[in-house]
Write a protein that binds this ligand. Structure first.
Ligand SMILES: Cc1ncc(COP(=O)(O)O)c(C=O)c1O
Length: 380
């Protein structure tokens, strides 16, 4: 008989780097919030999801794909999808890597590149996995704070990049602020990043920002450079396929993709996800409609919240970073009682901020009303 290990015995096996990790915060559980609030329907604004539903082409592709059941493994090379992405972007398919969400590629990059003690530079406030995955590998992480108005601090970045990082994670637009790095600012990052470092540009929300004239065409800027880089994108956000888990990276060279192939699990992107992504890529009208509606709503809700006296960072994404002026975890709990889930930000210096991704206009109006009422209360 196998004795069950006592928790103390397993705890002693865990690597020091892992034991000390903060862990990813996925936001509150909708079922628990529903029970707490008594609301029949929870308004979930915590995970940057899209409320507009699937492209009909995606639904059809997934339906057709189920015809022979799920008995067969997916294509481990994701050939059809990498070719579709490659021809859409004008990049050879061998420079495209697929991930179980783009977060999977962040993890693969850390596994393939980082030795214990290596330096990783990223931004603050920022996406927690840009810190967690490097720390799993025993790397040191330096976070470069944004300016007071959430812009790019050129001096601070230059100093951090001069310290010789092996990996640089930069999200453009930034999660959680929604701010973009302009073409000029990206140019400065490219000039300041040592050629020995792998530059990772995380464009998870890039589709929403592309209509901004200031938003750079990173592939265009990077194409000409003889240095290692990778641009990460995802089908989770503007394409609305978060539940299927599929993202991709466009790499400077096929060697980098082959290195990631060596560390990834062979069947990391499942079959419905591959089929859905090919179909989603082909439905440009659905994507354009999602982006147009999202940008309209971001502008409208930003105006409403600012009109109510709240500080809201200008956003080129589908979420808003809002200074509530009080402890964000208390605000989030008060919103839970009203059946609304947002993300309370916990990074040092930003503990009064919440991040709320927008939903339908009706749900957003409920959110604006509840948030402004909550922030106006003397006690929560
Ligand atoms: C900046 C950024 N990068 C990557 C991801 C990962 O997204 P996914 O794994 O769904 O592609 C997210 C998700 O929230 C994100 O905010």
């Amino acid at each position: 008989m196998n004795p069950v290990l006592a928790p103390a015995a397993s705890a002693s096996l865990i690597r020091r780097e892992v034991a000390g990790l903060p862990g990813y915060d996925p936001g509150a559980d909708p079922d628990e919030v529903a029970a707490l609030s008594g609301a029949g329907r929870v308004i979930k604004l915590s995970n940057s999801e899209i409320p507009y539903g699937l492209s009909p082409a995606v639904a059809e592709a997934v339906r057709l794909g189920t015809a022979d059941g799920f008995a067969r493994y997916p294509d481990p090379t994701g050939k059809r999808l990498t070719e579709a992405i490659g021809s859409h972007l004008g990049v050879p398919a061998e420079r495209i890597v697929l991930g179980n969400g783009s977060e999977n590629i962040l993890e693969l990059l850390c596994q393939a590149v980082l030795d214990p003690g290596d330096l990783v530079v990223t931004q603050a406030p920022g996406f927690s996995l840009h810190e967690i995955f490097p720390r799993v590998m025993g790397a040191r992480v330096e976070k470069v704070p944004a300016t007071a108005d959430f812009g790019y601090d050129a001096g601070a970045w230059r100093r951090a990049l001069a310290a010789g990082p092996k990996l640089v994670f930069l999200a453009n637009p930034c999660n959680p602020t929604g701010a973009i790095l302009t073409s000029g600012e990206l140019g400065r990052v490219l000039a300041d990043t040592p050629e020995s470092a792998l530059l990772v540009l995380d464009e998870a929300y890039g589709e929403f920002a592309r209509p901004d004239p200031e938003y750079p065409d990173a592939l265009d800027a990077l194409r000409a450079l003889n240095r290692p880089w990778i641009v990460l994108r995802t089908f989770s956000k503007a394409y609305g396929l978060a539940g299927l888990r599929v993202g991709y990276g466009i790499a400077s060279d096929a060697d980098l993709v082959q290195a990631l192939d060596r560390v990834r699990t062979p069947y990391n992107v499942n079959r419905p996800a591959q089929d859905a992504a090919v179909a989603a890529l082909g439905d440009r009208a659905h994507l354009a409609d999602t982006v147009r509606r999202t940008r309209l709503e971001i502008g409208r809700v930003t105006g409403l919240l600012r009109g109510a006296g709240l500080r809201v960072v200008p956003s080129s994404t589908n979420f808003l970073f809002i200074d509530t002026g009080r402890r964000s975890d208390e605000v989030a709990r008060a919103l839970h009682r009203a059946g609304i889930i947002v993300k309370a930000w916990r990074e040092p210096g930003y503990e009064t901020y919440i991040r709320a991704s927008l939903s339908t206009p009706e749900d957003n109006d409920v959110f604006v009303r509840c948030l402004t009422e909550t922030c106006a209360k003397d006690e929560l």
